[in-house]
Design a protein around this ligand. Structure first.
Ligand code: PLP
Length: 380
């Protein structure tokens, strides 16, 4: 069950017991999301992207369900290991920009699978993880996705094989190719095109005597926020069919999904702690905001489904967080400008319930002004 559909009375009970701000996590929904991807991508081994939400309960549930983990730092490695992950078998270090101290730490405890996209990363991996397995990340189209990761990451296609050869020359083991179609990708064609480009890299690599054996299709699988038409099963069927057409079943396939596993398994409950009228507009101030769970409103103009525990007449409100910064407003339009939203009338101590709050919320929250991130409670 999506926790957003919990009866409001039940949410109020949980808040009475645990306080606000509060994340309510549905174990059942988390497992349903993980199992669905596993089922729909039968050729793929899943490595949950820890950056999406590193809360220990989430990692433990996914570990017990059989997930591996994509990690980006020593902190994420420790979180995954704490949840029971075996560094060699269960972890991949898929971030292309790595702190060398973290490479050395990872290698020292057995993690030997790293992704890179430039010559200096080859040098860093060769220095601190000699002989490790490496994947080159290629730049693929992120068109239509919400977070455009190719703006920062990925080697140009023509550089991929020279980079793999350079890695081999520096004593590393070129193992495969990775890509990321961008987070919250709504168009399966992005994966189809990226697999086509990957096939080209494999063919070119073979001409140079490199026998690649693995493709990492990254993350990108979407979550329903407001109104999007999401068809994970259909998307996966397209990916699976195209992979089989291009590669048979010989090549190992892995993915690093985050958002689609944890996004709609979590809701946030935040309380009105202050209210005012400013230039004729009603403002509500909550005990969580953009420096907390709503960072993606600022970064990507994300909009989350919202409801209240009140049932008065609809009123227009600007929704703001508790910090000293005026950017701490989480009702914004698609251009990022402050806008009013319509909600049933709310006053002090009333509750705002936001859905699909599992991905890049807790993990992106800051300690600004001394505010702590929300607490967690796990249900069912
Ligand atoms: C290297 C890498 N892998 C996986 C992910 C997870 O992507 P998503 O949450 O879109 O599935 C990200 C997201 O930024 C990423 O950078």
């Amino acid at each position: 069950m999506n926790p957003y559909d919990l009866p409001v009375g039940r949410i109020e009970e949980l808040v009475a017991k645990h306080g606000t701000p509060l994340y309510i996590v549905s174990r059942e929904k988390l497992l349903e999301n993980y199992n669905r991807l596993n089922r729909c991508l039968p050729a793929v081994t899943l490595f949950y992207a820890v950056k999406t939400n590193q809360h220990e309960g989430i990692l433990e549930i996914l570990k017990n369900a059989g997930a591996g983990f994509d990690v980006a730092s020593r902190g994420e490695i420790m979180d995954a290991v704490h949840a029971g992950a075996n560094p060699r078998e269960d972890l991949i270090f898929a971030d292309t920009v790595k702190d060398p101290k973290h490479i050395a730490h990872a290698f020292g405890i057995g993690l030997d699978d790293f992704t890179f996209d430039n010559p200096s990363e080859i040098t860093q991996i060769a220095r601190h993880a000699p002989g490790a397995n490496v994947h080159v990340r290629i730049m693929v189209s992120n068109k239509g996705s919400v977070a455009h990761l190719s703006d920062k990451f990925g080697a140009e296609i023509k550089e991929a094989v020279p980079l793999l050869l350079e890695a081999r020359d520096q004593g590393l083991v070129p193992r495969g190719v990775s890509f990321h179609v961008g987070s919250q990708c709504l168009d399966p064609q992005r994966y189809v095109d990226a697999l086509d480009q990957t096939r080209g890299v494999f063919d070119e690599a073979a001409k140079h005597g490199l026998d690649l054996e693995m493709i990492d299709i990254g993350g990108g699988f979407p979550v329903k926020y407001e109104g999007e038409k999401i068809d994970i099963e259909g998307m996966c069927a397209i990916i699976d069919t195209h992979y089989r057409k291009l590669f048979g079943t010989e090549i190992k396939l892995v993915a690093e999904p985050g958002r689609a596993i944890v996004g709609d398994a979590v809701i946030l409950v935040t309380k009105v702690i202050s209210e005012s009228v400013r230039k004729g507009k009603n403002w509500l101030y909550f005990d969580d905001g953009t420096y907390g769970s709503f960072m993606e409103v600022l970064l990507y103009q994300m909009r989350f489904p919202m409801k209240t525990n009140t049932d008065g007449p609809l009123r227009k409100y600007v929704l703001a967080g508790p910090t000293c910064d005026s950017i701490d407003v989480f009702s914004r339009n698609k251009k990022g400008r402050i806008k009013e939203v319509e909600l049933p009338e709310m006053h002090l101590d009333d509750l705002l319930i936001a859905g699909s709050m599992g991905a890049y919320t807790y993990s992106e929250s800051t300690r600004f002004n001394g505010f702590e991130p929300p607490g967690f409670v796990y249900i069912d």
